[in-house]
Design a protein around this ligand. Structure first.
Ligand code: CTP
Length: 394
């Protein structure tokens, strides 16, 4: 995906062992479409050679404040003018201290002072160094100054100790950078979403379910969080990682999903992406059902319709439904929108089953239908967020 197309990112690398992960990070940021200018501290060059970054980014790597190839000798200014963001990964305790106090005694610290663009910092250090009051003071100062601190994570450290201080993985950092640069269309809004299938128990080891992968709901949760919303995702049984910044509540049955959604209210926006089972076994067996008769008849009873219930509340949030249809998309989706009194429903024609990485969807609202170009689920999710934002701000 070209999430950073046309952007230039300054990647600052300081002298910690996690510098080796910055190589992968430079590659990922470049793969997302950005031009990557790597600026290393002198200490960082003891861990990774500048040539490695040069080969990965296809651009010169900068280390010294005293580079003479810059016509005006102003590398610290020229490198940040027009950059979309500066990301420092890894950021050592020493470098964080310099940033917090506004030192400018090398190229990277100087350009951090000279920048007008956002600064993101990914700390990486031993757990004691991270927990030290001096480091914590410096980090708090940076937060106060509007710097976004990414991580650190907890786990095994290069020194063999366990604890907080590990740098986030390259993919997490690249995602955080992309998220930071998304327009904050839902800033200050609360969003509750449901995603995935539900499991309706038949007996202690068997369930009734469907083929929903949860991918569209998780992509939407991520897009809402990137847009600055505070997001609660009520997820049916799926094996998907929780998007950054999203509060996740795992549930199994439609009833559990309904309870979790009600507990998450009030909200400004409710997006019901889950493929909630319409029916559940009337009387789940206490013990495993044994094989026996040639025919077995199951009695099913209707589940609560979570979306209809939320949309019918006097304090109803802006409710968005989903309609996956195998035929007559416009007719069925619009009928569902009217029946549940929804301002917006997202319709998709299910041709190749569920669970793919891409989708083709049409939005239906009071103004009519709005087909979106086919795309990957995150791109579509961001387009849906733009539409929701227009509706909520209208
Ligand atoms: N929905 C819900 N609770 C249910 C069933 C559906 O919240 N018990 C929500 C889905 O999350 C989706 C929308 O309602 O946003 C789908 O509407 P619905 O008419 O229930 O769709 P289907 O279940 O697909 O209906 P049908 O099987 O009749 O096509």
């Amino acid at each position: 995906m070209n999430d950073l197309q046309g952007r230039r990112i300054v990647l600052g690398v300081t002298g910690g062992i996690a510098a080796y992960k910055a190589c992968e990070l430079a590659r990922l940021i470049g793969k997302a479409g950005a031009d990557v200018d790597v600026v290393m501290t002198e200490a960082a060059t003891h861990f990774v050679a500048p040539l490695t970054f040069q080969a990965l980014t296809g651009r010169p790597v900068h280390v010294s404040l005293w580079e003479t190839d810059q016509a005006n000798g102003m590398a610290h200014i020229d490198l940040v003018r027009g950059a979309a963001a500066v990301l420092i990964a890894p950021a050592t305790a020493d470098f964080i201290a310099k940033l917090a106090h506004g030192f400018a005694d090398d190229l990277l610290s100087s350009l951090c002072l000279a920048r007008e663009c956002p600064l993101l910092v990914a700390p990486a250090m031993n757990r004691q160094m991270w927990a030290h009051p001096a480091t914590q003071r410096n980090v708090a100062q940076l937060r106060n100054d509007g710097v976004e601190i990414l991580g650190p994570a907890s786990g095994e450290q290069a020194c063999g100790e366990m604890g907080e201080g590990r740098m986030l993985e390259a993919e997490e950092l690249c995602d955080a950078l992309i998220a930071h640069l998304q327009p904050k269309l839902l800033a200050g809004k609360r969003v509750v979403l449901t995603a995935g299938p539900t499991h309706e128990p038949l007996d202690p080891v068997r369930v009734l379910t469907n083929m929903s992968s949860g991918k569209m709901g998780f992509a939407l949760a991520r897009a809402c969080a990137e847009a600055g919303a505070s997001v609660t995702l009520v997820a049916g049984p799926v094996c998907l990682p929780t998007p950054a910044g999203v509060t996740r509540i795992d549930v199994r049955s439609a009833f559990e999903m309904r309870d979790a959604v009600l507990a998450a209210l009030p909200t400004d926006i409710f997006v019901s992406v889950a493929a909630v089972a319409d029916y559940r076994p009337a009387a789940p067996a206490t013990h495993k059902i044994k094989k026996g008769a040639e025919r077995l008849t199951l009695e099913l009873v209707a589940n609560p319709d979570i979306l209809a219930e939320i949309a019918a509340r006097p304090d109803a949030p802006l409710c968005v439904g989903f309609a996956a249809e195998s035929q007559n998309l416009a007719e069925y989706a619009e009928a569902k929108r009217r029946a549940k009194k929804l301002p917006l429903i997202v319709g998709n024609l299910v041709q190749d089953g569920l669970g793919g990485e891409t989708n083709q969807i049409t939005l239906f609202d009071a103004a009519g239908s709005h087909p979106l170009p086919a795309g990957d689920k995150l791109t579509l999710a961001r387009a849906i967020v733009r539409h929701i934002a227009e509706m909520i701000h209208a």
